[in-house]
Design a protein around this ligand. Structure first.
Ligand code: HEM
Length: 262
């Protein structure tokens, strides 16, 4: 059925800003490419664990921003400010609860996602770099948990952090320096809180966001792996990602050339 003039006018009005943006940035094409790219036909629920980890991270970021509006990072006020968030701020208990439990959810999901990648053999060529980026994300995720644990400034927080810092201090050579850096003084005190807070809400999340961007770029570039029981080959054809590097180092050398004596 032919479109009415009215409908055509509405469509043109709706598309005008999209076309404007596309012409100046190419963003719309980029988003289309991302959303409509090919994935193997037999991907399954286990391959949603990465996106689940991403969702958990976003929840942490959003609830963290709300908590930072009320939290006071110094020994005199930290504990009180947490009590205030929990008992007085509207829905503060919910936001704090989501952030606290969400931290464990995030880490558990990262481990489950990593397990899936391992069991599917998805860490193999050409995805080794993405496995390395993922491993860094795992370490940073756990550091996020460690630095956040001190912030409520109650007995559990204080002593758990004391144990964590002392453990680091026992590492060979660098141990005492790491412990000194984390503590920011002779003992856990005001400088430790502000240090942990700065790492917890600026340094580590910033690094995590950068690495997640790289991680997802690599997922899109390399394509998603099919399950190991799949009859069809992995997402994208290998030829498209064959490295340009030196033969034998990162490119396969044909068997005859690599044999000794040839
Ligand atoms: C902040 C944490 C992480 C986020 C948000 C994240 C996100 C994702 C997403 C959305 C995908 C594509 C879909 C999927 O396979 O689930 C993916 C794939 C992948 N991830 Fe992660 N990931 C994280 C941590 C990790 C860790 C800890 C590892 C391993 C050490 C890892 C290694 C990989 C690899 C190798 C792929 C490619 C898998 C394939 O092509 O099938 N990731 N990640």
């Amino acid at each position: 059925m032919a479109k009415s003039t009215r409908r055509r006018q509405v469509e043109a009005a709706a598309l005008a800003p999209v076309d404007w943006l596309e012409e100046r940035s190419g963003l719309v094409g980029g988003i289309k490419y991302f959303l409509f790219r090919h994935v193997p036909h037999d991907v399954n629920w286990m391959q949603t664990l990465g996106s689940a980890a991403l969702t958990a991270f976003i929840v942490q970021a959003v609830t963290g921003v709300v908590l930072a509006m009320y939290y006071k990072p110094d020994p005199q006020n930290a504990y009180e400010s947490i009590q205030y968030i929990t008992h007085d701020v509207t829905l503060g208990w919910l936001v704090r609860g989501m952030h606290k439990w969400g931290a464990s959810v995030f880490i558990i999901l990262m481990f489950l996602h990593m397990g899936r990648v391992f069991l599917f053999g998805a860490y193999k060529y050409p995805r080794e770099l993405n496995w390395i980026v993922g491993s860094l994300l795992l370490v940073l995720g756990m550091l996020e948990g460690f630095t956040g644990y001190l912030l409520p400034w109650d007995q559990t927080a204080y002593w758990a952090t004391a144990v964590g810092i002392n453990l680091n201090a026992t590492a060979p050579f660098l141990g005492p320096f790491i412990a000194d850096f984390l503590q920011g003084g002779a003992q856990i005190g005001p400088d430790t809180i502000s240090r942990f807070y700065s790492m917890h809400m600026l340094l580590i999340p910033g690094a995590i966001i950068g690495l997640i961007t790289l991680h997802l770029y690599l997922v899109v570039r390399l394509g998603v792996t099919s399950p190991p029981w799949s009859g069809t080959a992995a997402g994208r054809k290998r030829a498209e990602v064959v490295a340009q590097g030196r033969e034998g180092l990162i490119r396969e050398v044909p068997a005859t050339e690599s044999e000794p004596g040839h």
